[in-house]
Design a protein around this ligand. Structure first.
Ligand code: SF4
Length: 489
């Protein structure tokens, strides 16, 4: 473990020798990571020799790390943070001369922990200029103190934790050196066909303040648009690399609906066969409903929407700004428009009751959405990361156990232990059911939910809904890292 001022001697890079930087992505839902490619573009423009490693698709190459001067790990999601935390020691071993940094959404909320593990820079938000500043401090030998200072400084920043929200001039992401697109998650179509998926971002951050959302502690209600020409150039290079479908990773595609529409209309004009999906909240689906037919006409196959719950009290606690009735209206609306809806849920929270969980399953079934919901969504347990606005709620503060570094979160136990037992059983069911259909796994959850209440499970409706296009690696925000994921280090 190194702290500022205690690092190994700086490697003797000559003034003209390229300074080696290794960017590492532990996991990003099986998509080729935008965050790594954008950082690579900035660092290469600044003259650094950048190597990108995506551990979801390749093993860490000790040879690549040995001479690295800087290793920066991208923490785009909670699972990535947990993989990185487990593997930081190994990284330190393999890159003995490098200074270490972490960046991305899950870096600043775990600032103290990653600094203890040896990271000298912990950067979140619009990080690229600060990452370049830190690399330059490493490169030009301002010493570990200077490097650490660059990691914290480098322009205006948030009050703590190295968050940068200054508007930056986005570059076209540099995807060279990342594994090829066909090696990433595919789009699976209901007719059995598959499409190669590209991954683009048209904005970062979010203008909303949902209490449970990990974006809020970093962006605090702000979002930043990626210029249209940059997004279109990134899509163009991914189509040239084989992309047949683009997944937009924006936290909410309709934070800037006009921006989003202009992009997909231009994209469609240039690539008429290209399809896409995006994430849009229920509130925006209803408010911007006139924009939905143009999305469909531009090739939108499905929209992921963080519905979270079908309990209005719970939705109000999470500050979702929609009700259960709004969700049902959105289901009808999307069917009328002809875009599939893939709802996501936080199935287990401290306020979820056994009956409430059963009601959630019942609502999914009666709305004909069983085939639209990835089974992992039936088991998701509320994550409370550090800085979460949920900790503003007195009952949450009373409920949580001390911060658990291995979980990168505040653990909580349900006041009714039967709910925690049910969640564990559903998680086991989902994990062991990878070969089952969504309908079979749902039926298993249905039986478990009723058994937990001491009820016999009624027969499910015959029509559980049609299959919709889906990614071969499902969307979620947090899950236990698997042994395979940890093995990448
Ligand atoms: S949950 Fe969705 S809408 Fe709410 S703050 Fe997060 S990204 Fe924005």
């Amino acid at each position: 473990m190194y702290h500022a001022g205690e690092g190994p001697p700086a490697p003797a890079y000559g003034p003209d020798a390229p300074f080696p930087v290794v960017l590492v992505s532990p996991y990003e839902l099986g998509r080729q990571p935008f965050g790594l490619a954008e950082a690579a573009a900035w660092l290469r423009d600044a003259g650094f020799a950048v190597r990108c490693v995506d551990l979801s698709r390749e093993r860490l190459d000790p040879g690549a790390l040995h001479d690295a001067g800087l290793v920066a790990v991208h923490l785009a999601m909670h699972t990535a943070g947990r993989i990185a935390a487990a593997a930081f020691g190994r990284l330190r071993e393999l890159a003995p001369r490098a200074r270490l940094a972490v960046f991305g959404l899950y870096a600043p909320v775990n600032d103290a922990y990653f600094r203890e593990l040896g990271a000298e820079a912990v950067l979140g938000g619009e990080v690229e200029p600060a990452l370049v500043a830190f690399a330059q401090a490493c490169r030009y030998g301002t010493g570990p103190e200077g490097a650490a200072e660059a990691g914290r400084g480098g322009g205006e920043r948030g009050p703590e934790q190295g968050v940068r929200l200054d508007k930056i001039e986005f570059r076209v992401p540099d995807r060279s050196g990342l594994p090829p697109l066909p090696s990433y998650a595919r789009l699976e179509l209901p007719d059995g066909g598959e499409r190669i998926v590209g991954f683009a971002e048209a904005s970062r951050g979010c203008k909303h303040l949902c209490r449970h959302c990990p974006i809020v502690p970093v962006y605090d209600g702000r979002f930043r648009v990626v210029p249209r020409e940059v997004v279109l150039a990134d899509i163009r290079q991914q189509v040239a690399a084989g992309a047949e479908h683009v997944s937009f990773g924006d936290p909410d595609f309709f934070n800037g609906p006009t921006h989003a529409l202009r992009i997909v209309e231009a994209m469609h004009a240039e690539h008429p066969r290209l399809t896409f999906d995006a994430t849009i909240k229920v509130e925006h689906l209803l408010r911007h409903r006139p924009h939905l037919p143009p999305l469909r006409d531009a090739g939108c196959l499905f929209i992921t929407s963080a519905v979270e719950a079908v309990d209005d009290g719970l939705l109000a606690r999470l500050r979702k700004n929609h009700t259960t009735a709004d969700f049902e209206t959105a289901v009808t609306l999307m069917r009328e428009v002809g875009i599939a809806l893939a709802p996501t849920f936080v199935a287990f929270t401290p306020w979820t009751t056994l009956a409430g969980y059963r009601d959630l399953l019942e609502r999914i079934a009666t709305l004909g959405l069983v085939a639209s919901v990835p089974p992992v969504q039936l088991s998701i347990r509320l994550l409370i990361p550090d800085g979460s606005r949920l900790l503003e709620l007195p009952d949450v503060r009373e409920l949580v156990d001390p911060f658990d570094r291995s979980l990168l979160g505040w653990p909580w136990r349900h006041p009714d232990p039967r709910v925690d037992r049910l969640q564990a059983r559903i998680a086991d069911l989902v994990e062991s059911a990878s070969e089952q259909s969504r309908e079979e796994t749902f039926a298993g959850a249905w039986r478990l939910a009723h058994a937990a209440l001491g009820e016999s499970a009624p027969i499910l409706p015959r029509d559980l809904g049609d299959a919709i296009p889906r990614h071969s690696e499902p969307w979620y925000c947090c899950a236990e890292p698997t042994g395979e994921q940890l093995a990448g280090f």
